[in-house]
Design a protein around this ligand. Structure first.
Ligand SMILES: C[S@@+](CC[C@H](N)C(=O)[O-])C[C@H]1O[C@@H](n2cnc3c(N)ncnc32)[C@H](O)[C@@H]1O
Length: 219
């Protein structure tokens, strides 16, 4: 994993170029309707048939190199679906990000969003179940240390995601039919997200590590 300082330096240096690149894509190449956007595919989760958007073009593959902290590189009402998995917790303003996703989705468009499950982590912390937590990114012996690892991930994550918090932000952005889903197996739109569902992983279906919600832009 890149050090926090290296990542921060990268974002300071590359942010203006990423913003220009995103603006150019939006002005010249962004689809007018019916597209599917995958935000933050990372190193291994590029989805063919989707427009994959990421800041990391060095160790991963993306179609649009831009910074998700700012406006998305898409036209209003142009996307049929948006998928993001373990990305929003890295962003400083999830409220603004959700409003922008709402802007880009067409009426009836669907957003599937997932990230570290704060509700599950709190439950396992209270149960003192150290085995639920991994040793990533640091090797920790205590339940508190492992909980901190999970929530803040070496200070990569800027917030804690819980169902009620994400639901509040999605509803405030205008989304309806906000529904909690189980990773891998559960979607109200299995055909739309078939490729994404195949890539999801979850070792504990009773107390999932990933919190997943789906929401719709009203018709
Ligand atoms: C933890 S990885 C998740 C990767 C993949 N979605 C998964 O579930 O394994 C977070 C991804 O979000 C991207 N990301 C984080 N902050 C970003 C930003 N401000 N702009 C663009 N991409 C960002 C990272 O480059 C990385 O690919």
């Amino acid at each position: 994993m890149l050090s926090r300082t290296a990542k921060a330096s990268f974002f300071v240096i590359a942010a203006p170029m990423m913003r220009i690149n995103g603006a150019l894509y939006r002005a010249m190449r962004a689809p007018r309707s019916g597209a599917k956007a995958h935000l933050g595919p990372g190193r291994k989760r590029y989805l063919p048939g989707w427009i994959n958007v990421d800041a990391n073009m060095f160790t991963g593959k993306c179609d649009v190199w831009t910074d998700l902290r700012y406006e998305l590189p898409f036209l209003d009402n142009s996307l049929h679906a948006v998928y993001s998995h373990h990305v929003v917790e890295h962003l400083p303003n999830i409220r603004a990000h959700f409003h922008d996703i709402f802007r880009c989705l067409e009426a009836g468009g669907i957003y599937r969003v997932g990230g570290p499950n704060g509700d599950s982590a709190i439950r396992k912390f209270v149960e003192n179940d150290k085995s639920w937590f991994s040793h990533f990114p640091e090797d920790r012996r205590s339940i508190g240390g492992r909980f901190e690892n999970f929530i803040f991930c070496g200070r990569e994550h800027l917030t804690i995601l819980t169902e009620s918090f994400l639901r509040e932000l999605l509803e405030d952005a205008g989304f309806v039919d906000v529904t909690l889903r189980k990773p891998i197996v559960d979607s109200g739109y299995p055909e739309l997200f078939a490729d994404a569902l195949e890539q999801e992983h979850e070792s504990d279906m009773d107390c999932p590590h990933t919190l997943l919600l789906e929401a719709a832009k009203p018709i």
